[in-house]
Ligand binder design. Structure first.
Ligand code: SLL
Length: 253
């Protein structure tokens, strides 16, 4: 608890840090099945928490606790240092609880995420993927937001303002713009373009925004057409009332 240690919070500042969490899974090749795994295990898989483009996140993330299905021996796995991952084999899909523990200086409580382990291909080319025994990736981009971090943690997050990082403008209130301070290795920046290893980039973000803008336009157009139809129907109804007269008794619906 930050208040207990007497640490002051940096007012009006939110610092966010991006990360990726998810899983990769691959079925065993029957020809090259490792000898020492149980006969009913069909896949090898990996669940992980990592930085975008493998950026270091260990300065804010202290440890990660993965809670596997109870069919696993020692279902709770704690990883104290990067890579924050668990490699396993198994036969079934299940929900994995992922608990993020932050650096002690943060004074922050742990945060819990859930990930659905995916072993089986999904999406348009699921059949092809299955035939080729492709790796099944299921991962999400996420951001952790530290609202008004305590000063020592703020120093850690930003790499220290005394080393030449420009002091952030400290606006008022919770809606103050989140800071993206550039310090080698300690940054919230995501790459400009994606690469085969990393799909999360400014370019993919821009594409996604374009898709959303297009979708909003389509929905607006549909609403417009629907409203026009409604106006026409009401007009027709008014005409009918005019020509046929309003029935004296209207049936209850
Ligand atoms: C299912 N509800 O029925 C899920 C549970 C559990 C998967 C999946 C453990 C392997 C072992 C394993 O793969 N558990 O060590 O026995 O699909």
């Amino acid at each position: 608890m930050p208040s207990a240690t007497g640490n002051k919070r940096v007012k009006g500042i939110s610092v966010f840090r991006p990360f990726i969490f998810g899983s990769e899974a691959q079925p065993f090749d029957p020809e090259k099945r490792p000898a020492n795994i149980p006969a009913d295990h069909t896949h090898q898989w990996r669940v992980f928490v990592k930085g975008v483009n493998d950026q270091d996140i260990s300065y804010w993330l202290k440890k990660v606790q993965f809670k596997l299905h109870e069919t696993y021996a020692q279902a709770v796995r704690t990883v104290e240092a990067p890579p924050f991952e668990v490699v396993e084999t198994g036969w079934g899909e299940f929900e994995i609880q992922i608990k993020l523990y932050f650096t002690p200086e943060s004074g922050e409580k742990p945060q819990t995420l859930w990930h659905s382990l995916k072993l089986h291909p999904y999406g348009p080319d699921a059949e092809g993927m299955k035939e080729r025994r492709d790796v099944v990736v299921s991962q999400n981009y996420e951001e952790v937001i530290f609202n008004e971090p305590v000063e020592p943690f703020y120093e850690i997050l930003t790499g220290g303002t005394s080393t030449g990082t420009p002091a952030p403008s400290r606006g008022k209130g919770k809606n103050n713009k989140q800071q993206q301070l550039q310090q080698p290795g300690r940054t919230a920046e995501i790459p400009l373009s994606d690469s085969p290893k990393n799909p999360y980039s400014r370019a993919t973000e821009a594409k996604e925004l374009d898709r959303m803008t297009e979708a909003i336009k389509t929905v607006d157009q549909l609403i417009k057409e629907e409203k026009e139809r409604l106006v026409e129907r009401e007009k027709y109804l008014a005409e009918l009332r005019e020509s046929e007269g309003v029935p004296a008794v209207t049936k209850k619906r």
